[in-house]
Design a protein around this ligand. Structure first.
Ligand SMILES: *Cc1c(COP(=O)(O)O)cnc(C)c1O
Length: 235
């Protein structure tokens, strides 16, 4: 049961870590291979600070505006921030200087704009290529068959470092449909590994959320993005 009131973050994180451990045990994986990113959209800074106190070190924001609003309050505690939402070019100036990784890179024109800004600021960041593995229209991400070419093109941009892939599984009660998304991402990953692209790592496989993290871990996830299971339902 996910509890919703302040003070339950400790409990919810403990339950989450247990879920990760059990999923890993089922497939003979080491739980240390699976990083937990807390998806903090709509979550107030003071509750995120509470999660930091309970050992969380990695968060993901979806919206540039929220990233900016919470930035000063959160920077008092050492942590890592990823951008996990759809990124609009006109918001880059707010995002690029405030994150360690953009997980939602899904098109070359965006990558080139990020590169330009990073070059001007003298910064480098990690990126994941977001792949659309679900059939739904509303999902962002590049098509699976375009991922290799996009990865190659991004690898030529000196201030961006490709570290792996990200996907959002289909929202479905049918676990086989969800698994199929994660398997699709793993097969795209294999294709990219086989291509041996200079400077590209495929170490990070970002897949799995509150409702499907066990399936994702069983299929090979190395980074789960969890919101409601820790912070409760978003209002
Ligand atoms: C909100 C969000 C999550 C977390 O979703 P929950 O179901 O609340 O765990 C993960 N990834 C992305 C990209 C999100 O926007």
């Amino acid at each position: 049961m996910v509890k919703n009131s302040v003070g339950d973050i400790e409990h919810n994180l403990a339950v989450l870590r247990q879920r990760v451990k059990q999923a890993c045990e089922r497939v003979g994986r080491n739980p240390e291979e699976v990083q937990i990113l807390l998806a903090t959209k709509t979550v107030e800074a003071n509750r995120i600070l509470e999660a930091f106190e309970e050992g969380a070190t990695l968060i993901g924001e979806n919206r540039a505006q929220e990233l900016v609003e919470k930035f000063d309050a959160l920077k008092v505690v050492a942590h890592t921030t990823h951008f996990i939402g759809h990124l609009q070019s006109n918001k880059l100036k707010d995002v690029v200087g405030r994150v360690d990784c953009v997980q939602s890179l899904d098109r070359l024109d965006l990558a080139e704009k990020i590169e330009k800004r990073l070059a001007a600021e003298g910064r480098e960041i990690d990126v994941l290529i977001q792949v659309k593995t679900a059939p739904e229209e509303s999902k962002f991400g590049c098509a699976p068959k375009e991922a290799l070419a996009l990865t190659k093109a991004v690898s030529a941009l000196p201030h961006l470092h490709v570290k792996g892939l990200m996907t959002i599984g289909v929202f479905s009660e049918n676990t086989e449909e969800v698994r199929a998304c994660f398997r699709k991402l793993m097969s795209v990953r294999q294709e990219i590994i086989t291509a041996h692209i200079d400077g590209v790592s495929m170490d990070v496989v970002s897949m799995g959320m509150s409702g499907d993290l066990e399936l994702a871990i069983e299929e090979g996830s190395t980074l789960i993005r969890v919101g409601t299971a820790v912070f409760g339902k978003r209002l």
